[in-house]
Design a protein around this ligand. Structure first.
Ligand code: ATR
Length: 471
């Protein structure tokens, strides 16, 4: 109990996981307030004894003065509340989030519980909206959130909407329910203790999204800037339904990642001219309820290039010969951005026809991969995933094609120095890591959302720390 309660305000004693609990002794030694629960099998518990015995343990916890006792809705009438113990009457639905949560909530509150607990499985991210609406509209102390990966945001946001408490696991691998976060994720990643009614919501829309590093970077940036906001991962299957549904929450801004960057365009109220030409958006800004789409993917690439090339600022790329490796989404954004800066772009792609097609749209050149060694250039940018962890021994560009004095930039940020960048450095090129690209696109988002300068250095430190921890 002593180790588990570190960082928590109170602790749940799940006695259905303890063979013969000595309740008196447990309570005598409790290091913080506790919720005593003996969860019934039908409600996700492991209790296998008789119902009479289960209820006797719960009643005993009340008589011994536990701060909270949690009992299932069907057994609520069997316990006698006494002393200062608060009775939590709970219901869990491990299958779904019912269409009308108020019916269940009404049943729970009719028991006379001090606190009601309603927990349901989110099958779609929009299921959370009904839970938030319930929390917002009730005047009974309510523990309410959704389970599952799609419900994870509600374990954080429940506090904003007035939820009584949230549960967290002491560490990864010791989750008591699907989607549960750890205490340190709640506190250090989402800054749970500072979430309140006015906390603004931001997040990244993607699928999958669990391993996105954007929450770590943006939450750190908001905290550093003193902005009352939380940034969450939104696992979204149907981006249209999500954007429409979540307008009700007045989310202030989104990052958008694979596979939704193109499809989201039609859900927004206004698209920047360059983003429209690119046909993809990675940033959404909420201006007075209007959702504006922008693309900072190309800014992320152009900013560090312009910093390095220096001289005449925004014109430093003008007339520069740029070789762009790849013809996917990232290449597309950068190619349009470079064309707008009047750089002379040549696309080199594994599937040459795809390169030619993109070049035609952008109005630039395309060359087959075999000609890479014959091309003269000032800047070479890799936008493919070649060289990304764990395939760190791969490179998209043969050594012979690396030109002393040229600038070589990689979209891959894991590892921060790819084989391409290492060989380029050794060949006397100036190099720009994918870390800079990633941070600059995130910094541009932060600036579009807040109007403030992004804490660039801190964001870089957070990313590097995360990458270091992950490998
Ligand atoms: P992104 O959105 O990150 O740009 P994408 O749209 O899937 O991702 O595009 C991936 C790009 O990397 C493509 O240009 C792809 O080349 P093809 O058009 O030939 O598929 C390129 N790519 C991926 N793996 C590659 C590899 N092993 N060697 C060379 N190019 C590769």
């Amino acid at each position: 109990m002593k180790t588990a309660c570190a960082g928590a305000d109170l602790m749940e004693l799940r006695l259905d996981g303890v063979a013969s609990p000595d309740l008196r002794r447990l309570l005598e030694h409790r290091p913080c307030p506790v919720i005593v629960t003996v969860r019934h099998g039908s409600q996700g518990g492991r209790y296998s004894g008789s119902e009479a015995n289960r209820l006797a343990v719960l009643q005993n916890a009340i008589d011994l003065g536990a701060e909270y006792v949690d009992v299932e809705l069907f057994a609520a009438g069997e316990l006698e509340p006494r002393g200062n113990t608060k009775l939590i009457v709970s219901h869990h639905d491990f299958e779904k989030t019912p269409a009308d949560l108020r019916v269940l909530h009404q049943e729970l509150r009719k028991t006379g519980a001090h606190i009601v607990k309603l927990v349901t499985m989110a099958r779609d991210i929009c299921d959370n909206l009904r839970m938030f609406e319930l929390l917002r509209s009730t005047d009974v102390p309510t523990i309410g959130f959704c389970m599952g990966e799609e419900g994870q945001i509600s374990r954080v946001l429940t506090k904003k909407f007035g939820g009584y408490l949230t549960y967290a696991a002491p560490e990864r691998g010791r989750e008591a329910a699907p989607g549960q976060l750890t205490v340190s994720e709640l506190r250090e990643l989402y800054h749970y203790e500072s979430i309140g009614t006015d906390t603004e919501i931001y997040g990244v829309i993607g699928n999958p999204v669990a391993h996105s590093l954007s929450p770590a970077i943006h939450n750190a940036a908001f905290q550093e800037a003193g902005i009352d906001a939380v940034y969450l991962p939104f696992k979204v299957a149907d981006v249209g339904a999500f954007v429409r549904g979540f307008r009700a929450l007045d989310v202030r801004g989104y990052s958008v990642t694979i596979p939704h960057k193109s499809r989201i365009v039609q859900e927004l109220d206004e698209i920047g001219p360059l983003s429209r030409r690119i046909g993809a958006v990675n940033t959404v800004i909420n201006r007075d309820g209007k959702l504006l789409g922008r693309n900072t993917d190309y800014m992320g690439a152009l900013r560090p290039l312009e910093r390095l090339l220096g001289g005449n600022g925004a014109h430093s790329l003008e007339g520069k010969r740029v070789v762009l490796c790849g013809a996917g989404g990232a290449a597309r954004a950068v190619a349009f951005g470079l064309a707008e800066r009047n750089a002379k772009v040549v696309i080199v792609n594994r599937t040459h026809e795809k390169g030619v097609k993109l070049a035609e749209e952008v109005g630039c050149g395309a060359q087959p991969r075999e000609s890479l060694c014959d091309l003269a250039y000032d800047v070479l940018i890799n936008t493919t995933s070649v060289g990304m962890h764990p395939n760190v021994d791969e490179t998209p560009v043969p050594k012979e094609a690396l030109r002393r004095g040229a600038v070589v930039m990689d979209a891959v940020y894991n590892p921060p120095e790819t084989r391409l960048l290492r060989e380029a450095r050794e060949a006397g090129c100036r190099t720009i890591s994918g870390v800079e690209w990633f941070i600059d696109q995130a910094a541009a988002q932060f600036e579009l959302w807040t109007g403030m300068k992004a804490p660039h250095e801190l964001m870089t430190d957070v990313l590097l720390m995360r990458l270091g921890a992950g490998n």
